[in-house]
Write a protein that binds this ligand. Structure first.
Ligand code: ZN
Length: 671
């Protein structure tokens, strides 16, 4: 899903007086919090060690990643740019009372607009409800010299309506069946056309016999013109959004100069696509991009994901720049290389082990810049390209972003969650030290080996377990991972320093499965989602089977309920026994046994415990959504040549947003 690049401008860098660059290790991870949002900074380990040409490549790609920010604002809603700019002008110029409740509400609203790249919540799509009045905003504007607002003065009515009138663009995206989804959605992908007209326009365009269909409509707005005909306004140099796209192309051309083959050609295809708007060229770019698995620095930059278009056709602009995390890739390589050993030694019955295992490789990356629809809120994994025919012929790239998940973990430390739910200090200490490594390894083992392990009995086709199939499949992969996390082989292979990693993972897994995951379930509901059922199934089964020896135990203390693991070795043995049984169920297609297992252990919620967990979780006040501030990069020149690229970590969300609006804003108010 994405790629791109960047580097912060010198202006931004030098202006960042609030930068925590001197002490990135000790600066707080959460740099801002408002409403239901926390803003986190992320670090880019390994950047300083990159060769100079790769640092330079990151720099140019990072610049390109920042240049499309305005495009996304305009795509999300046509009022977003004038709203943002009006509020920023107010924010930077108002000399009155900045402590009163209404000002604080206005400031919070602006922070939310920056976070969502517009006036609608990034996740729920609902329009924000301002907690200040239109009268207050107009009064504040009155105190600021008119010329500061420039052209915005003529758009005051539209801006106020967009912010304050609940009838105008109430949702960014509305896919309710039966309504005209284009009319109901506040996004800016269509103008003057009905849903039926748009659907017909693209149905007429498609050639059903084309084995390599281009993604029609991906890079354009569809509009009804004055003469009543319908046409696309294409997002390209010379077309819609040209001023921003020209800047993107400028930096991509710089990037192409320092890139090596085959990446040089990949970037050249992207530039041609931006210049022509030709979607066949976009496909050529994607094919080059997906085939290049060796370049250390990689990127996403373009109109990529179509979630924001009610018809699922038009793509929002996004960007990401990254390089390989060699250390983490080494871990997945070691695991993949030893896949056969793990299979041969598994507790599964010999006839249900796979004779020939193929390890799956997964790339782990470090992100250096987020842009467009990946900023501030970002996916933690990427799987691209999206065109089905390219995926089928050329495959796709699947990566996980390690430094982002690390930052999330760091930000969660000290939020009180572990202290509230994990009783024993030694368990908390192990989780703080090894929790992330344990989680990462669990994911590696689950994805690279677990799902691919085992084989079916002759005559069994798969699918026999029906609606219980996905829960049991997740349980199989989790059990494989849990069992091997506690195997001394991992220490021998050098992927973990000690068995404490397994103990941290086991304590956390059992607590989550038996208790804390209930916080995400609505009152009165049972567990329905397959991954959650799987965790409950495993934890409850092991509790039950180890009951006599108190392997896992419920503890009451000071009126609160806790769950503790007393015997990690016995727990691992139980994981092995359960893996053997779940593999047998799958291999033999034993529906009765599978259904009984899931129904008995994976579904029913104890309402008393559920209520207690939700109350304790709510009391912690943890913001449900997170996003990021980007690092900044600076070119260091010596004798007229680039000698180095420096990285710093700003920790002021507002300053970064204002800086981007000052230095990377290229589009007019109305596009
Ligand atoms: Zn899975």
């Amino acid at each position: 899903m994405e790629k791109i690049v960047t580097i912060a401008s010198m202006a931004l860098f030098t202006a960042a007086s609030s930068s925590c660059a001197d002490e990135p290790q000790t600066a707080p991870w959460i740099v801002d919090r408002f409403d239901d949002i926390k803003v986190i900074r992320y670090e880019v380990p390994g950047f300083a060690e990159l060769p100079l040409d790769e640092k330079e490549l990151v720099y140019y790609l990072a610049e390109a990643a920042k240049c499309g920010r305005d495009i996304l604002y305009d795509q999300n809603c046509k009022y977003n740019l004038p709203v943002r700019r009006t509020l920023e002008t107010v924010y930077e110029n108002y000399a009155g009372d900045r402590e009163c409740a209404e000002w604080k509400a206005l400031e919070k609203y602006l922070k939310k607009v920056w976070f969502a790249n517009g006036i609608h919540h990034h996740y729920s799509n609902d329009k924000f409800v301002p907690e200040f009045t239109e009268g207050y905003l107009l009064d504040v504007i009155e105190t600021i010299p008119e010329e500061r607002f420039g052209e915005l003065n003529t758009l005051r009515r539209e801006v106020c309506t967009a912010i304050f009138d609940p009838e105008v663009c109430p949702k960014r995206l509305d896919q309710t069946a039966g309504v005209d989804m284009i009319a109901a959605s506040g996004s800016n992908y269509y103008e003057g056309v009905t849903q039926a007209e748009a659907e017909k326009f693209y149905a007429d365009m498609a050639d059903p016999r084309d084995p390599e269909p281009v993604s029609y409509g991906l890079n354009s707005k569809l509009v009804k013109q004055a003469d009543g005909t319908i046409a696309e306004r294409v997002w390209r140099v010379g077309g819609m959004y040209s001023p921003a796209i020209e800047r993107i192309v400028y930096w991509l051309e710089k990037a192409a100069e320092v890139a090596k083959e085959p990446q040089k050609t990949t970037i050249a295809h992207l530039i041609t696509y931006y210049k022509t708007g030709d979607l066949r060229e976009f496909d050529r770019y994607n094919i080059h991009w997906v085939k290049d698995t060796l370049s250390n620095v990689d990127f996403v930059n373009g109109f990529i994901e179509d979630y924001g278009d009610p018809l699922g056709r038009k793509a929002s602009w996004e960007a990401n720049v990254n390089f390989m995390d060699r250390e983490a890739c080494r871990r997945t390589e070691i695991i993949s290389e030893n896949a056969q050993w793990f299979e041969d030694h598994s507790p599964v019955a010999p006839e249900y082990r796979k004779k020939q295992v193929k390890g799956v490789s997964a790339k782990v990356i470090t992100v250096a810049m987020l842009g467009g629809d990946c900023y501030p809120s970002t996916p933690i994994g990427i799987n691209l390209p999206n065109a089905d025919w390219i995926r089928k012929e050329y495959g796709s790239k699947s990566v996980t972003i390690d430094n982002i998940t690390y930052a999330y973990k760091q930000a969660a430390l000290g939020n009180g969650f572990l202290e509230e739910f994990m009783l024993r200090p030694e368990d908390r200490a192990r989780i703080e030290q090894y929790g992330k490594l344990g989680d990462d390894l669990h994911t590696d083992l689950h994805e690279c080996l677990g799902h691919g392990s085992g084989q079916l009995a002759p005559g069994v086709k798969g699918g026999e377990l029906k609606s219980y199939g996905s829960t049991l499949e997740e349980a199989r992969a989790d059990l494989f991972a849990l069992y091997y996390l506690g195997d001394p082989k991992l220490v021998e292979l050098g992927v973990v320093p000690s068995m404490d990693v397994a103990k941290a993972q086991y304590a956390n897994y059992i607590m989550n499965g038996l208790m804390t995951q209930l916080a995400r379930i609505e009152p009165g509901k049972n567990v329905e989602e397959a991954h959650m059922r799987n965790r409950k199934l495993i934890a409850e089964w092991c509790f039950e089977r180890g009951k006599d020896d108190r392997v896992i135990e419920w503890v009451e203390e000071a009126g609160k309920t806790y769950v503790v693991v007393n015997d990690f070795d016995r727990l691992r043995t139980l994981f092995g026994r359960m893996l053997r049984e779940v593999q047998r169920i799958k291999s033999e297609g034993d529906y009765e046994a599978g259904a009984a297992l899931v129904e008995q252990y994976g579904v029913q919620v104890d309402p008393e415990l559920h209520r207690e967990v939700r109350e304790r979780y709510d009391a912690l006040g943890i913001e449900p959504y997170g996003g990021f501030v980007n690092p900044e990069f600076e070119l260091v020149e010596q004798d007229g040549r680039v000698a180095d690229v420096k990285i710093v970590y700003p920790c002021d969300y507002t300053q970064q947003m204002l800086g981007y609006s000052r230095d990377y804003s290229f589009l007019p108010n109305v596009n």
